[in-house]
Design a binder for this molecule. Sequence first.
Ligand code: SF4
Length: 297
Amino acid sequence: MQFSALQLAWMQELGIDKPWIPGGAAPAVIQPQARVAVNPAPDVAQRPPTPQPAAGSLGAGSFVQAGAIAHAQLGGAAQRSATANASSTKKSSDVAAEKPLDTVAAAAQAATLEELAATIAQCNACGLCKEREQVVVGQGVMQPAIMVVGEGPGDQEDRQGLPFVGRSGMLLDNMLSSIGSSRTTDVYAANIVKCRPPGNRNPRPAEITACRPFLMRQIELVRPFSILALGRFAAQTLLGAEAQLTEMRDKPYSVEQAGLNIPVVVSYHPAYLLRRPADKAAAWRDLQRARLISKGL
Ligand code: SF4
């Protein structure tokens, strides 16, 4: 088995100096100077047919070309714009005082990712709307090889309006790089709740239930080839399970959504891996599975 410099760099970070090689081949010794290289282009040959886009739109049935950057970086400029427009007319306190939004109906009515982001920016369906700086919808490309789903925005995400930033975001990006993927080429990232739980506490069941229709509609609109569920809450929310993460890892799952059967790989959240680096080796195996599944192998 051959390892690229990128993979070797990631394994080195995991503390794996001499990767185990099947078949008795000589172990590849990782050189200290191995560094992350350029992302290879994703193999999209086995991806499902792509509905052709309407000019400038990002909605259901009108996706940007696979591999192109969707500026449904709706945690980026488009989302900030949507948020700014929303907050220019209503403050969070005003939104919270209104009748709670029916997220099932609101999500279903969003025909595009931009419409969904604008709806989320006004959402008051759970108490998390009261203290958010801004909503964090998602970031990445449409029809990605992998849609990464985490738990909820943290402090940095809340300020920047982007998912997976700060140290855990850097670790996620390094993990994705190790399998030749990135948010600018073939990955879309989102969370199960779109507003920051105060003090970075875990999202509560009622908050997850309220926000889940947005995530599921987002999946319909983004149309990922596979999903990487990071952390217990993401896995439980997507799979409707109550098991612990260690019980869910290393098993085949899929999500049925709008006629799509999307494979799901469960793994550790990068924030957890920063606290427990010993589990990075297991995360590496999960990533390898995700890479193979995302290529239809
Ligand atoms: S977390 Fe989700 S359901 Fe709760 S207010 Fe934010 S967008 Fe609405």
